[in-house]
Design a protein around this ligand. Structure first.
Ligand SMILES: Nc1ncnc2c1ncn2[C@@H]1O[C@H](COP(=O)(O)OP(=O)(O)OP(=O)(O)O)[C@@H](O)[C@H]1O
Ligand SMILES: [Mg+2]
Length: 371
């Protein structure tokens, strides 16, 4: 039996994605809600709310209700989620299943708050949680059935999850509270200190995406902000080197954590990890130069998964689709478990040319690079 209308939700610090059984990804919006404080009502959610951030319109408070991958404002999260889910729901009286991804380092209180956010208003959901690295690994194309494993690094907005996964379970994981948002903050600070220019988070994000740790194709990018002394708008060409040095401590922390985690995996998982390579997911995986830095630290091949921003929700969807299987291996957070992939799920998880393969390729002779 297919659970039509069941939802998989990647409730991220920066982006929220919703997948519905039988329909695919139906919503991708910034994790944001705008409240009209004059009347105490929701003014906007998602992209519309996020567009008002930093602009301070009268009587409007823009809230990004998640911090570091977990709920920081329960009421705002519940209101935002229900607005999103109302948009995706077709009329039905059935109580739906919702599978929601949580960072592996989330505390029991943080996990319960996600269940509460989906339980306080109608329509209510039967909520189950799945560890984000397991969903990321499934979305990254690893076939975790039969005890197989892999190594995945999900670099989101609030957290970087570094994890070894096997048989639908986390083997070792580390949740680093340094990711895309911390990179933006570091760039805002550096541009203010070095160039005397106050830029928005949005402008910093643009510099990060263009210049990354490599300095970009041109070696600089334009940013507009307010002059620190005059408080008037001005534009400036920001050198790539300035952005690269601002990002360096965060990139070094991520690469260092990958190296550390690789030195902690059980020997039995080493072959799976080398064959499958380190797979990077999440929006931060697109940072120019990051994959190269992680590959140097890891000493093994490192690849960015196909469509990294949708990797986690795709993986959660695959797990949700498998939950009515006859053979049900144990997946943490789920009462019932995966079956063999449906043809649709199998084709979705099939890597694109040049991407990592879910099936076992021969072990490359140069898989372990000299360190
Ligand atoms: N091309 C790019 N280069 C660098 N960073 C990028 C790029 N595209 C998106 N990002 C960053 O990726 C982050 C968002 O990624 P993602 O949607 O995976 O995070 P999230 O799931 O909301 O956060 P988390 O998983 O930490 O809760 C943002 O910080 C965004 O600036
Ligand atoms: Mg995420």
């Amino acid at each position: 039996m297919r659970f039509r209308g069941s939802v998989a939700i990647d409730l991220g610090t920066v982006n929220t994605l919703v997948w519905v059984t039988g329909r695919g990804i139906v919503l991708e919006e910034p994790t944001a809600i705008a409240i009209d404080t004059a009347v105490g009502k929701v003014a906007a959610v998602g992209a519309e709310a996020d567009a008002l951030a930093d602009k301070e319109p009268q009587d409007i408070q823009v809230i990004h209700p998640l911090r570091d991958g977990v709920i920081a404002d329960l009421d705002a999260t519940a209101a935002m989620l229900h607005a999103f889910l109302r948009r995706t729901r077709r009329f039905s009286l059935m109580r739906r299943d919702a599978l929601v991804c949580v960072p592996s380092g989330a505390t029991p209180v943080e996990r319960r708050s996600i269940i509460a956010a989906l339980g306080v208003r109608r329509p209510r959901y039967n909520v189950r949680l799945i560890d984000e690295p397991v969903a990321a690994a499934a979305g990254a194309g690893f076939d975790l059935s039969g005890g197989a494993g892999g190594f995945v690094v999900d670099i989101g907005g609030g957290t970087t999850e570094v994890a070894a996964v096997a048989g639908w379970r986390v083997v070792r994981s580390h949740s680093l509270r340094k990711a895309g948002n911390a990179m933006d903050d570091a760039i805002v600070q550096a541009v203010r200190n070095e160039l005397g220019l106050i830029i928005s988070q949005r402008a910093a994000r643009g510099l990060k995406m263009t210049l990354g740790v490599t300095g970009g194709a041109e070696g600089y990018a334009e940013a507009v902000g307010l002059d620190v002394a005059q408080r008037t708008p001005r534009s400036e060409f920001v050198p790539g080197g300035l952005v690269a040095s601002a990002l360096e401590p965060i990139v070094a922390a991520i690469a260092g954590t990958v190296h550390e985690m690789l030195s902690e995996i059980p020997a039995g998982l080493a072959e799976d990890v080398v064959r499958g390579k380190v797979r990077l997911s999440g929006g931060g995986a697109l940072l120019p130069g990051l994959a190269g830095r992680i590959e140097s630290a890891a000493g093994i091949g490192t690849v960015v998964v196909e469509d990294p921003l949708r990797c986690v929700v795709r993986g959660a969807a695959e797990i949700l689709e498998r939950k009515d299987a006859k053979q049900q291996p144990d997946v943490p957070g789920l009462r019932s478990l995966p079956r063999a992939p449906t043809p649709a799920a199998a084709s979705r998880s099939r890597p694109a040319p040049g991407r990592p393969s879910a099936s076992r390729p021969p072990l490359p002779r140069s898989a372990c690079r000299p360190r």
